[in-house]
Design a protein around this ligand. Structure first.
Ligand code: GLU
Length: 433
């Protein structure tokens, strides 16, 4: 399907972005359009979903190691604060744009409501390639960015967390900078922190664990045996690698893995711990000796039962949706499937477990971290994992039942459940003035 200009997208009348059907914000708007007919009287609040509440664009200047001054563009978007403070990660990537961050913020609103966390949705990002920066430069960018967005974040206002190319160290710098600016240690301003600074046990692996748990539940319902299930994973970062480990431990075979550097394939199942060690050392799955080289497009043709996009948006295009051989797609990434591909997969009988539930494990444990920071009372890892399992399986069961009752796809069902909660809150709060 060809890209359509902004005017073809209902509700997309913002002056500052030009989404297309394939772009992240365009994908999000199309997903919202599908559920508005089911919102009844609440549909009068639809504009709440179709535009972000607050957008902040900041200039992030730093002195580089060579003495030059570099300027980076940073964003923090608060899509909705109707159900609570903003919540969502910060991404460092050379392709980050305002439009992308808007979509990622909006998906956080939907995700937090779908699993019923008391948060709105937000996201941040800086357009940079972290591989081009030294540790010192990365720290300076992080601290200056935190200071610039300090006017809208805070433990009760908006709570950042890790996302693509950000981690516990970056969260520690963010917490320290915010704390220095407000004159008090504010651990609850970010989640995904190191344990020594008020981080939560289980947070690092939480997103991958959530992908595994929701995948396991979906497979059980679809009568797809875990033992020997063939799995392909795109992206082998924190999320992809941890999900791979749990699937492999449960008897599934991770046969194909692709990342930014290349792809590997092993018909008998890749040795996941060995692959993880390789990636830690070399930065990519490329060159791993425990499998054959797998070409960029060949990855989508692999004979698998389950495919897990765990990288960036827009990866499952219409053309790839026609080809892929899995019967289940687990969206570990945010926004990996474009709307046209969703239709093709549905017509082909492929089940898509949408991002807003599949990858919600990260923000669920972020919520636990935030609660623990407030009470300064910390839970055991066992307790965290149990509570995560309970929330995510409960949310999935509710969405699955809604879909069976109304004949929705899982994405539409998740959006219906979430949007009802968001618009209900919006309606009850009413308009000021
Ligand atoms: N970046 C993660 C996500 O996309 C986690 C966000 C959070 O923990 O706030 O869901």
């Amino acid at each position: 399907m060809a890209d359509h200009p902004q005017s073809f997208l209902p509700g997309a009348s913002l002056s500052y972005v030009s989404p297309t059907r394939q772009s992240a914000w365009g994908t999000y708007l199309a997903q919202v359009d599908r559920v508005l007919p089911y919102m009844g009287d609440l549909a009068r609040w639809s504009g709440t979903l179709q535009r972000p509440k607050r957008v902040l664009i900041v200039d992030v200047p730093i002195e580089m190691d060579d003495g030059s001054i570099a300027h980076f563009e940073g964003y923090r978007v608060q899509h909705s604060l109707s159900r609570g403070p903003g919540k969502g990660g910060v991404r460092y990537h050379p392709d980050v744009t305002l439009e992308e961050v808007m979509a990622l913020a909006a998906w956080m609103t939907i995700k937090n409501a779908a699993v019923n966390l008391p948060f709105g949705g937000a996201k941040g990002g800086i357009r940079l390639d972290p591989k081009q920066l030294s540790q010192r430069e990365l720290e300076k960018v992080t601290r200056r960015y935190t200071s610039e967005i300090g006017i809208i974040i805070g433990p009760q206002r908006d709570i950042p967390a890790p996302d693509v190319n950000t981690n516990g160290q970056i969260m520690a710098w963010m917490m320290d900078t915010y704390s220095a600016n407000v004159g008090a240690t504010a651990t609850g301003v970010v989640t995904g922190k190191p344990i020594s600074l008020g981080g939560s046990l289980g947070r690092v692996k939480a997103t991958g664990r959530g992908v595994f748990v929701t995948g396991r539940e979906a497979m059980r319902r679809l009568k797809l045996p875990m033992d020997g299930a063939r799995i392909a994973i795109q992206g082998f970062g924190n999320v992809g690698a941890n999900a791979a480990e749990l699937f492999a431990q449960s008897g599934a075979k991770v046969v194909a893995v692709q990342d930014h550097g290349g792809g590997v394939y092993n018909d008998n199942g890749l040795d996941v711990p060995a692959l993880t060690a390789h990636v830690l050392e070399k930065g990519s799955v490329a060159g791993f000796r425990g499998g054959e080289v797998l070409g960029l497009e060949e990855f989508w043709d692999a004979k698998v039962d389950v495919i897990i996009p765990a990288a960036l948006e827009g990866q499952i295009t219409e053309a790839r949706a026609e080809r892929l051989r899995a019967s289940l797609v687990l969206e570990a990434a945010n926004g990996p499937t474009v709307p046209g591909a969703d239709d093709i997969l549905a017509a082909r009988g492929v089940t898509v477990l949408p991002d807003v539930i599949c990858n919600s494990g990260g923000v669920i444990v972020s919520y636990f971290e935030w609660v623990q920071d407030f009470s300064s009372f910390f839970w055991s890892e066992e307790e965290i994992n149990l509570r995560l399992d309970k929330i995510i399986t409960g949310a999935l069961a509710h969405i699955w039942a809604t879909c069976e009752r109304h004949g929705f796809s899982l994405r539409t069902g998740a959006f219906v459940v979430a949007c009802e909660r968001i618009l209900q809150a919006r309606n009850e709060r009413g308009l000021y003035p």
